[in-house]
Ligand binder design. Structure first.
Ligand SMILES: Cc1cc2nc3c(=O)[nH]c(=O)nc-3n(C[C@H](O)[C@H](O)[C@H](O)COP(=O)(O)OP(=O)(O)OC[C@H]3O[C@@H](n4cnc5c(N)ncnc54)[C@H](O)[C@@H]3O)c2cc1C
Length: 466
């Protein structure tokens, strides 16, 4: 069976990995869009503190987290995964009680979270932290490097025969895949559709006060606190005529999957094929159509992140998928071993996590501003100001890097996974939880493309058929 996967973020790479392991002939297509979420993701894997009243979300994220240790072993390479634990911190210890209760209730079905303990002096575990904080530790929480996971999944898929192509994929109304060297003009409409999807999302969710009550909502802040208020980049919000560079042309970022794949020997770039230089090694490219090169497929998996709605539009569906921007900062503390520092999760505001190489990641903004993958002064200010409030000991850290990504949000529900037509499977909408649930979601998509029964009931994530 020939399967084309559109998008090589963590979900698409996961799908390619599980498909190629099952003997499918796999072609992955990625346009290297600016703002792809996977390259910006922080790497927190701690599902048990969130979605107290959303069984579908919790099922997906907790299964995703449970899936990781086996995946790490299978891949057999360093993907930055380590069970470093998570410190839930609060100024007022009373604020920790609802989440403590939630963890107690969930422990029986998720013993992998470990035994929750009080931490009287959190700065002993994460030295830059403020002395005024109270904390509890969730020892089973892990951190992971999203780029490394994606790259390792792709590498393993390629080793089993998958092909990876650089280019922008479009679908025909019948679900055929065309690959273009540059984004097609229709790509410029994405921001317009994002704003209506975003309206749907905000009208269907709780208010700011509910979001911070601590009783019934996630511990981590995954929706904007200022719902309906002007955002930090108002000019970009829902702008229907966003310039092409705002909506995702190929990206030259060092960590882009396009670069990885050329490092690994991309067989044929679409422009070469379009110039008449012949078929791919696997013979799957049959000719040009509307400026694109057709890639034959029995099944297509659309894992195009925040751009999934645009990709699927030719099928006659309007998927309410929109981008939720996150700006994030990487700092270094020279000479300090930060590799085993726990993740720090305040009730509201920025999280912090340590990685090897003396690196501390502080993030992230949560902004509904359309397809505008930019690092802004206000965004950085928000992250730095709130980060220093929680961890004043970072004041002298070196700002090493800033990143920005567009979390793919499916407005009506937890995530969007399932068959869209007889030939097209969609897998996206993982929002702030894609590094946790991405590989597992890719596995679900792979089973669906192969016509097999997915590992969990996917009814809550199913798209409505066009
Ligand atoms: C700042 C930030 C922090 C985060 N932190 C965490 C965290 O701590 N824990 C966690 O679990 N999750 C986290 N997330 C969420 C997580 O990163 C995302 O949910 C996840 O990466 C989404 O992966 P994806 O594969 O669906 O999308 P993406 O990574 O966006 O990949 C989509 C891919 O599709 C390609 N594409 C799009 N359209 C086309 C087309 N037409 N043709 C070809 N290619 C196309 C793009 O180039 C891109 O590579 C964070 C996200 C952000 C932004």
């Amino acid at each position: 069976m020939r399967v084309v996967v559109i998008g090589s973020g963590i979900v698409g790479a996961g799908a390619a990995y599980y498909l190629s392991g099952r003997g499918a002939e796999v072609t992955v297509v990625d346009g290297g869009y600016q703002g792809a979420a996977t390259q910006a993701g922080a790497g927190i894997v701690c599902p048990w503190v969130d979605h107290p009243e959303d069984a579908a979300w919790y099922r997906l994220t907790s299964e995703g987290a449970r899936h990781y240790p086996a995946l790490v072993e299978e891949l057999g390479e360093d993907i930055g995964y380590a069970k470093v634990g998570a410190l839930l911190v609060a100024e007022d210890p009373a604020d920790l009680e609802p989440v403590r209760g939630l963890l107690r209730r969930r422990h029986a079905d998720a013993p992998e979270m470990g035994d929750i303990t009080d931490v009287p002096t959190p700065s002993e575990l994460f030295p830059p932290l403020s002395d005024t904080l109270s904390a509890i530790l969730v020892p089973g929480a892990a951190r992971v490097d999203g780029c490394s996971v994606r790259d390792a999944l792709l590498r393993a898929a390629i080793a089993k025969g998958a092909q990876v192509r650089t280019g922008t994929a479009t679908l025909t109304p019948d679900g055929d895949v065309l690959v273009h060297a540059t984004p097609p003009p229709s790509a410029q409409g994405r921001a317009a559709s994002s704003s209506s999807a975003q309206n749907l999302a905000t009208s269907g969710r709780g208010t700011e006060s509910a979001a911070v009550s601590g009783e019934t909502t996630s511990w981590r802040q995954a929706t904007p606190l200022d719902v309906g208020a002007p955002d930090t980049a108002p000019l970009d919000a829902g702008a229907p005529d966003a310039a092409p560079h705002d909506v995702g042309p190929p990206d030259a970022a060092a960590s882009s999957p396009a670069e990885l794949t050329s490092d690994l020997g991309t067989p044929t770039r679409p422009e070469a094929a379009a110039n008449g230089s012949g078929p791919d090694r696997d013979g799957s490219v049959r000719g040009e159509t509307n400026g694109g090169v057709r890639v034959e497929a029995d099944m297509v998996i659309v894992a195009a992140g925040a751009w999934t709605g645009e990709v699927c539009r030719p099928l006659g569906v309007e998927l309410p998928v929109f981008p939720r921007r996150g700006q994030i900062l990487h700092a270094t503390l020279e000479g300090v071993d930060t590799a085993w520092w726990p993740i720090v999760l305040p009730r509201v505001g920025p999280y912090l996590l340590g990685f090897p190489d003396s690196r501390v990641v502080v993030g992230a903004t949560v902004e509904d501003v359309g397809f505008a993958p930019r690092v802004t002064m206000a965004g950085l200010d928000e992250v730095i100001e709130a980060g220093l409030r929680v961890a004043p000991g970072l004041a002298n850290a070196t700002v090493a890097e800033t990143r920005v990504g567009l979390r793919p949000v499916y407005a009506p529900g937890p995530a969007l996974i399932g068959p869209l037509t007889d030939r097209v499977v969609v897998a996206t909408g993982l929002s702030a939880y894609g590094l946790t649930a991405g590989p597992f979601t890719g596995r679900i998509a792979a089973t669906l493309a192969l016509g097999e029964t997915p590992p969990i009931d996917i009814t809550p994530y199913a798209p409505s058929r066009p």
